[in-house]
Design a protein around this ligand. Structure first.
Ligand code: PLP
Length: 380
């Protein structure tokens, strides 16, 4: 028998979460129309980078079959989606890296972000079989990707010239928010976007999960316009916010990491647990050893007290997580012995965000870091 650890990916949870986001945007559009603002619900790029945030590219593409497009950054993942039969748009969030990539964009009809002069130069030297669609990215304050505001309009004009030459098709505008989940919000970056690019033509794409959930109104398009949101994390049933959990929005975890108890120990007061003896019992204590460690993607920084569910009962991790195992307090589950089921995170466990907070990180990192050695089961 293989080690009793596995991860289950629920395709229906992915589809459910997409529908939640869709409804959230429709409600914002209805509210705006109620105030007399003519507007249109935005389209959704479902972000599936990093193998669908660890859920698998194919599972993610299936779960998001109703999305208007998929967004990612690895060209190989984009090709995988096309070859699996995805016919709707695909957006490359980092664009292309060298001239040879343009043939792949052309052949697989990939929409690209354009964020450097070098990319515009590469496009100027290429003759595609049909015009390529792009989003010209503005650096509105995050200082990661994008043209600086003072360079943006020239870059956009170059893209429009390439459109007249038949190299480019649709030329959109895009930016990315650094603080949509934080007290600062999106106001200052949105102001830079409006001031720099607000009057230019073409589709617009602004919002990640946090901005989509918190400020759905900024993504609404004019009736004759086109707007796209780019949610990622919320579609997997995890939260982009530190203080609001995913369940608050009606989102469901799509990844459930499960294992079993493989050994039981009986500690006396003064007995310690694990490497570094970080936890010491102050009373007699039954502990369980779970077949899951940091080599499976469970965070080593999740210390004593991290929530975990054994046989349906919430308890806590004890001591330091090792490579292949971790220890738990069996006090609340006196009947749980070897073979008892353990939920590390997901549908019947703590949320991935709770485990992440206990480890000083975010749910994104845990989902993406799921190790390749963990067997994946995909369920409807
Ligand atoms: C990752 C990413 C997103 C999605 O972000 P979430 O916080 O997961 O919603 C959107 N846009 C860009 C450019 C990204 O890199």
């Amino acid at each position: 028998m293989p080690r009793p650890i596995s991860v289950t990916i629920s395709v229906s949870a992915l589809a459910h979460n997409l529908a939640v986001v869709q409804r959230h945007l429709e409600q914002a559009a209805a509210a705006a129309r109620g105030r007399g603002d003519a507007c249109k619900t935005p389209s959704i790029w479902a972000v599936i980078k990093a193998h669908g945030y660890g859920h698998g590219t194919a599972q993610a593409a299936r779960g998001f079959a109703n999305a208007n497009g998929l967004a990612m950054l690895d060209l190989a993942e984009a090709v995988e989606c096309r070859e699996a039969g995805w016919t709707k748009p695909i957006l490359l969030l980092e664009g292309f890296f060298e001239p040879a990539d343009l043939e792949i964009l052309d052949r697989y009809r990939l929409t690209s972000v354009v964020h450097t002069r070098e990319q515009l130069d590469m496009l100027a030297g290429y003759r595609p079989s049909r015009p390529l669609n792009v989003f010209v990215k503005l650096n509105s304050g995050m200082n990661r990707l994008g043209f600086a505001p003072q360079a943006y309009r020239d870059a956009f004009a170059r893209a429009q010239a390439l459109r007249e030459q038949g190299v480019l098709g649709a030329v959109g505008r895009m930016t990315h928010f650094a603080n949509a989940d934080a007290p600062e919000g999106v106001a200052s970056q949105l102001e830079v976007f409006q001031r720099t690019a607000g009057d230019l033509p073409g589709p617009v794409s602004l919002s990640n999960s946090a901005a989509t959930l918190r400020y759905p109104e900024i993504a609404l398009a004019r009736p004759d316009g086109e707007s796209w949101v780019r949610p990622g994390i919320c579609l997997y049933g995890a939260s982009p916010f530190f203080d609001t959990d995913a369940a608050t929005f009606g989102l469901r975890p799509a990844m459930s990491l499960r294992s079993q108890i493989i050994a039981v120990q009986h500690l006396q007061p003064g007995d310690a647990v694990g490497y570094g003896s970080l936890f010491t019992a102050d009373r007699p204590l039954r502990t369980g050893v779970v077949a899951c460690g940091y080599a499976d993607g469970y965070p080593r920084h999740a210390g004593t007290g991290t929530p975990i569910v054994v046989a349906g009962v919430r308890t806590r991790v004890l001591g330091r997580v090792s490579m292949d195992m971790l220890c738990v307090d069996l006090t609340p589950v006196p009947d749980a012995g070897i073979g008892a089921p353990v939920s590390l995170w997901g549908a019947d466990g703590p949320s991935v965000d709770e485990v992440a907070q206990a480890a000083g990180t975010i749910g994104y990192e845990l989902l993406c870091a799921l190790a390749a050695r963990v067997p994946v089961r995909s369920v409807a």
